[in-house]
Write a protein that binds this ligand. Structure first.
Ligand code: ADQ
Length: 489
């Protein structure tokens, strides 16, 4: 637990992530409009009451002028946020380049760039340099705001170089790092040209966390096989210094979803949806439009199901809500047109004058609309090819306590480890298997649905995001920083 200092004030927690939890819109030379974006991480940290939290990150906008930077810094301070200013070139090389074109695909087993992405490989070194430079800029801002006794929690693959930068500046700083994506098998990680440098800098942290035990194990293997260090049940040891490595599976703020279902506007939405799809079973997919989410595979499996089960054709509808992300990256543009093409073909093939089997929306839904949709769904389809955890599966379960619908879940999502007993697990690459699981789910008797749902609902409502954050931070606080150990001896 967080230790209060002698004057009763709370210990401070500095949360460092690539993006701040706010979106900033410029309304004048020195005028900014800010909106806090409520996501998993924000609500998780709202639950950590024993610490006073400050956020450090990029505001997502390029602010080249000093007046604008000053005004934004001031506006953000009211939301307890501290900006890191990155210019366009750094964002291009560090964020679009090294983070999203190299680390993201690699950590999801899609490999390093090849063929049309080969040009990227040639500029690998300059992207890695930009990555290190950006991480140094984050470290500068953390150091400026760090006070003795603070705890620093770094997030995700964007900031793997940060623990080392921080410890070099102040070896007494307590530093944790958590990865939201999978950590791949060491055989995958070893293809990365900067493999050793990244591992070493992560190991500078006092506590390293992953969603699942498997990811933690892959990380320890990478350290033993690539760096020749010793793996212990506690973590990784390097010349007597232990870096603690462990699994901290994330959850959601389940109460927020459960409470929302009682709101009149959500109830109205549900009523509309039920009327709109009366007489048909509703299947749902909610994803960021990303290749790791397996959206084309999911739609092809649904097509196969319709092909093999003509009697279901006018009795089931698939709603796929896919919010576009990273729209300036050509691979993502290609994925969008691929998905549109498949959906168009299937709707042409199985649609009638009055109904189509797939509704595909390229946009995000607001929180209330999303809750209503989760609540009226009969079968949710999560077919990620790889996914660190996958919170959509948790959100669906939280909203299903009346309906007790079925979750079809990829075995390659971290969530398969926690919701595996209640969900139908599938290999998303095996379209025949997914198609027959759809049939099984749609025909599942009520008592089996109830049993499966109960298992998952218990998990989702007890392993919340608040609990996740509190456990990580308290374990981080309990680690003994090497520098402190030395002074104590
Ligand atoms: P993501 O890859 O973004 O997160 P996920 O965990 O499913 O994946 O979270 C997505 C969030 O965005 C959910 O809260 C969902 O409600 C929302 N969302 C997605 N599509 C939406 C849409 N069309 N409209 C509205 N909201 C939408 C990364 C990792 C995951 C890991 C999380 C948290 O890739 O594996 O679970 O971080 O660690």
């Amino acid at each position: 637990a967080g230790r209060n200092s002698f004057d009763g004030s709370k210990q401070r927690l500095l949360v460092v992530a690539n993006r701040l939890p706010v979106s900033a819109v410029r309304r004048g030379e020195d005028l900014w409009h800010l909106e806090i974006s409520v996501g998993g991480l924000v609500s998780a940290l709202l639950g950590v009451k024993e610490f006073e939290t400050r956020w450090i990150g990029w505001a997502g906008v390029n602010v080249p002028d000093e007046i604008g930077q000053k005004a934004l810094t001031k506006a953000l301070a009211e939301k307890r946020c501290i900006p890191v200013f990155l210019d366009e070139e750094i964002v291009h090389q560090y964020y679009n380049g090294y983070c999203n074109n190299i680390l993201w695909p690699l950590f999801h087993y899609l490999g390093l760039p090849q063929e049309d992405r080969l040009a990227t490989t040639r500029s690998f070194q300059s992207q890695f340099d930009a990555y290190k430079k950006a991480n140094q800029m984050f470290a500068d801002v953390v150091s400026q705001h760090y006070e003795e006794g603070d705890v620093v929690w770094c997030h995700d693959y964007h900031l793997m170089f940060l623990p080392k930068c921080l410890k070099e500046r102040n070896s007494k700083m307590k530093v944790g790092w958590f990865l939201h994506t999978p950590f791949p098998s060491s055989e995958i990680h070893r293809t990365l040209p900067s493999r050793s440098e990244l591992l070493r800098s992560v190991l500078a942290a006092d506590l390293v966390g992953f969603h699942t035990y498997d990811y933690a194990r892959h990380f320890v293997s990478a350290c033993t096989r690539i760096l020749g260090l010793e793996g212990t049940p506690e973590g990784v040891e390097d010349q007597g210094k232990l870096t603690r490595v462990a699994a901290f599976p994330i959850g959601i703020d389940s109460d927020r979803f459960i409470r929302a279902l009682e709101l009149p506007q959500v109830q109205d939405h549900m009523k509309e949806l039920k009327e709109r799809f009366a007489g048909r079973k509703v299947m749902l997919g909610v994803d960021r439009l990303d290749m790791i989410k397996g959206i084309p595979q999911k739609i092809l499996a649904f097509e196969k199901f319709l092909e093999e089960n003509p009697s279901w054709r006018d009795k089931v509808v698939l709603l796929q809500i896919a919010v576009p992300t990273r729209t300036d990256v050509p691979e993502y543009q290609k994925l969008t047109s691929q998905v549109h093409e498949i959906v168009g073909r299937i709707n042409g093939r199985f649609g009638t004058l009055t109904a189509v089997p797939i509704h595909h929306l390229d946009r995000s839904l607001d929180f209330h609309a999303l809750c209503a949709l989760y609540a009226v769904t009969d079968v949710a389809l999560v077919t990620s090819l790889r996914d660190g955890m996958n919170l959509v599966s948790y959100e669906f379960v939280a909203c299903q306590d009346s309906k007790k619908g079925v979750l079809i879940l990829s075995e390659f999502a971290g969530a398969a480890q926690s919701l595996g007993a209640g969900a139908i697990l599938v290999n998303p690459w095996n379209i025949t298997e997914v198609a027959s699981s759809i049939g099984y789910a749609l025909n599942m008797p009520a008592d089996e649905r109830e049993k499966r749902h109960h298992h998952n609902f218990m998990h989702v409502t007890t392993h919340t995001s608040q609990e996740w954050a509190a456990t990580f931070v308290s374990e981080l606080n309990d680690t003994i920083v090497e520098a402190q150990l030395r002074t104590r001896q």
